[in-house]
Design a protein around this ligand. Sequence first.
Ligand code: C2E
Ligand code: MG
Ligand code: MG
Length: 659
Amino acid sequence: MITIFYFDICALIIISIFLISMIIREQLSNRTNKIMYVMVWLMWIATFVDLAASVVSNFGEPSAVNVAILYICNFCYFLSHNMILPVYVLYVYSSIEIWHLYKDRTKITRLVWYALTFIDIIVALANIPTKLVFTISDKLEYNRGPLLYTFYVVAALFAVWSMWLIIKYRKLMNADKFIVLSAIFPLVLLGVVIQLINGQILIEMFCAALAFLFFMIVVQRDESMTDPITGALKYNAGIARVSKIFITQKPISVVLVKIANHNNIRLYLGQANYNAFLKSVTTKMRAVSKKNKYDAEVYYLESGLFAFLSEKSELSDAMSSAEDIRDYLKKTCDIDEFQVVPDARVCIIRYPEDVDDFATLYTIGTTFHNTMPETKEILIYSQYRNDENYKMRSEMEDIIASALNEKRMEVHFQPIYSTRKNRYVSAEALIRLYDEKYGYISPSIFLPVAELTGQIHAIGDFVIDEVLRFMSSNDLNKLGLEYLEVNLSAAQCIEADLVDKVISKLEHYGVKPEQLSLELTENAADIDPIIVDNNVYKLHKEGVRFALDDYGTGYSNIKRVTALPIDQVKLDKSFVDNMDNPQMWIVIQDTIAMLREMGKEVLVEGVESEEVAKHFVDINADLFQGCELIQGFYFCKPMPEMEFVNFMEEHAGKNAIEL
Ligand code: C2E
Ligand code: MG
Ligand code: MG
């Protein structure tokens, strides 16, 4: 019989394109895609052997070899073709997130699946001795045997099974997926019927390929699910998956991995290297999941936050992967020629043990960066949820709002000592928040939240007003104060009206611009150079002083920092903390010498002991008054306004400390 095999050629082309695209797009990271991959391979093999058989029977001479080739081709065709529908059933289970039903504890579903698949394989194998499925004649003719119809029966059962799943769980799919998954059946059925009626037209695989083409276009839009930078799945894909999981009540575990210092890493590495760093974290997470058989998918939820999501909900499963990734991120990462040390926070959340609704899980994910405690320990959500600290952090936005409303913010002052003048010459204004429930809350806890919520602007205005009011209502000369320092957050630096606001406030309170020093951090110097420069230059031109805070902790480039009109540089406490290290001592001396040469005034922060203070006095002798200013608990802690006034009155005009 001469067969028409052009449809098979087209089918082979279409299926080959699927396969190549799946390989190129590295779509094999999750179970659903892996099942799809197997299914496409089966289709490819079935089409290929179908085509080969038809070429041999159309053009081959009748011979024993060709009979054998035809036999093998048909045998392979049945095996691969019959496996497509069972695998499709698995695909439906996996893609609509009801895999746990297939893997149910009673194993009935799996047993039925294996039994039906087994029947197909046994019947195909039985053809070898019995020839009851098909035969190949000496004239290369293909003849159907009575057992062949078993394949149709089994295929019909698998088709009904998958259709039943699709209809029963249609709520777990969006409309386009439902339509496409259901449309596969009439298309494939059409091919089967045509080929059954006229065995000459090999159209079955072509219809199947068309159905899959339709399917791929509508459903497998993988790039819209994958983050192009990290290669991990996107936030939206995670939300869609988790919301489905909650409907089906399937137990899961999620490991959140937050790179707390991701902003600094980006500033330090530059965008391109930062992207490479994020990609390396995704790759490592995948490797960790594979090694621990955690079977997790990796999601990138933006702003340095990653998540593992696995159907293995045991704490031990999640823990080993959480520990591995934590340990990996503890180490220095080499990116290009740069080295970074990520500061990772890792938290395990299990459903249903730790959270029992979608809204809570969603909130934990979106607020993790504000609420996570500073620890290298692996957190387990249900344990730290009850922690007072966590509660406080999650209520922070409201705490700040009510503190601003009820005027429960205060400004405290920490004096700054001049070793040259041997007296206190200045002080730093530091915000304090008092909450009835939690007492005094550290600015390092509430300010990052205020930065995210935008409340930082109101806080910033409040501090400037308070400091200027203080200056206008006290005789600064009498207190020995030359100027006061106010911290300016990065968000404030890019306020469009910063210059006008500060100038009009100075005028309103009758304070001279030289009496105000604004502290920038290195990060602020890097955010939006144009606006920052504009604000800083204009204010500096008006006479306002500028200081660079926490010098040595950021990653910004020294050229950019020194290009700003900065009068004073404040060496971060970390310099002092590592002073015992002789190498560090060299760094400190060189840094001071360099900054002095640039004409900057140098202040050292965080001096807690007489011994350290003395070191800096000695440095001054060597380095021509290199580090003139010292601030730290050794001299005094930040104090409320009245206490500060008393302290300054007491010390004014006196050589405060013998060092
Ligand atoms: P900062 O500007 O570097 O302020 C110095 C911090 O170190 C203050 O912490 C101060 O209390 C603390 N400190 C001073 N001497 C010592 C010492 O000898 N040992 C130790 N361990 N600490 C010392 P505080 O008040 O908790 O403020 C933390 C950070 O919060 C500040 O760091 C600053 O970045 C920010 N901040 C505070 N007030 C404001 C504000 O009004 N506006 C803005 N934008 N940020 C503020
Ligand atoms: Mg400061
Ligand atoms: Mg500082």
